[in-house]
Design a binder for this molecule. Structure first.
Ligand SMILES: NC(=O)c1ccc[n+]([C@@H]2O[C@H](COP(=O)([O-])OP(=O)(O)OC[C@H]3O[C@@H](n4cnc5c(N)ncnc54)[C@H](O)[C@@H]3O)[C@@H](O)[C@H]2O)c1
Length: 302
């Protein structure tokens, strides 16, 4: 953990991206000295922007010199966006390079982006979760390169802690978007389409999501708290984006999955580690922007 982000030199990889931008803005507000490392220049004023590639070990090493903390958000954020080898190189080897350079530079804390896909359930040759809500102990069943790269990140974090004494926290992000875009309409459209195209994937993700600004808050909490290096911590809004109660949705889409402790529209993930280890709770829910934005699980059944 770093005691105070004010005055700390914090390198944010992927700082020009969806989660990176609000993270950089939040850290700036907290008076950190932010250095963005990305293949695209940062548009946020008042930060140092270094354009480089995560696959360039020397550039990664140079940017870490004198850093107090690293927030590692750079990478390919999903399957089928790049070819498999590029995805693995950037996400797995690039992350190893970040951890290794951070350790060499005496960085106090690394926060890294893991994913809800780390166990491989929602994509590839998928397997239903053993229960809803599920937690970070859900068994792994990986059949795609993106999930494999995220699993590799969590193994690399374990090794970096054991071998080099590095302090790390992984955040298993769910679907992250800027909820405020179009006053929630863009996100509502996105989930309706997702429910139509791939209802099982949404169910296996527990119908979870997180506002990008809340993802930035989760990063800030992770910088301040000491946690195990892995497994990464599930962070998400406490409620689903569905209009139906979660039990009702599960009975319709995944009737064979046992249901545990769930009330109303509770998200299908167990967020106990997020609140106990990070003291994190998402602030913005889709319904805060309008009840009419909630989607029906029936979208996927039409
Ligand atoms: N957005 C989500 O829904 C989501 C969900 C789960 C996990 N994540 C993870 O969170 C992290 C951030 O995701 P995001 O949504 O902000 O993605 P994003 O694509 O918006 O941002 C990623 C940033 O990384 C940079 N980048 C990509 N390849 C690079 C390279 N070779 N060298 C240097 N920079 C490079 C990109 O330019 C971009 O600015 C990723 O690790 C992603 O896997 C995101």
């Amino acid at each position: 953990m770093i005691g105070d982000v004010a005055g700390a030199r914090i390198v944010v990889t992927g700082g020009a991206g969806l989660i990176g931008r609000p993270t950089v803005e939040l850290l700036r507000q907290k008076r950190a000295k932010v250095v963005v490392f990305d293949r695209i220049a940062s548009a946020v004023s008042g930060v140092e922007s270094v354009v480089g590639d995560l696959r360039d070990d020397r550039a990664v090493g140079d940017v870490m010199a004198n850093a107090d903390a690293v927030v590692h958000l750079g990478g390919i954020p999903g399957p089928n966006l790049e070819d498999d080898v590029t995805t693995y190189e950037v996400n797995a080897v690039g992350t190893y390079s970040v951890f290794s350079a951070a350790a060499r530079s005496g960085v106090q804390k690394v926060v890294y982006a893991s994913s809800i896909n780390v166990n491989g359930l929602p994509i590839g040759k998928r397997r239903a979760p053993t229960r809803i809500p599920y937690d970070e102990t859900e068994p792994v069943s990986i059949a795609d390169t993106y999930s494999l790269s995220k699993e590799a990140n969590e193994y690399a974090a374990r090794m970096a802690a054991t071998a080099w004494g590095l302090q790390l926290t992984g955040l298993r992000f769910p679907l992250v978007r800027d909820l405020t875009a179009g006053n929630g309409a863009a996100f509502a459209d996105h989930v309706r389409t997702a429910l139509r195209l791939d209802p099982l994937r949404q169910a296996y993700e527990g119908w979870s999501y997180l506002h990008a600004g809340d993802a930035a808050q989760a990063v800030l909490c992770a910088l301040r708290e000491e946690t195990p290096p892995a497994p990464g911590i599930l962070v998400a809004a406490s409620q689903t984006y569905l209009i139906e109660e979660t039990r009702e949705a599960a009975a319709m889409v995944i009737p064979d999955v046992p249901i545990g402790d769930l009330c109303g529209r509770d998200v299908g993930l167990n967020l106990e580690r997020s609140s106990s280890l990070l003291k994190f709770q998402a602030q913005l829910l889709l319904e805060d922007l309008g009840l009419d934005l909630l989607a029906s699980v029936q979208e996927g059944r039409r």
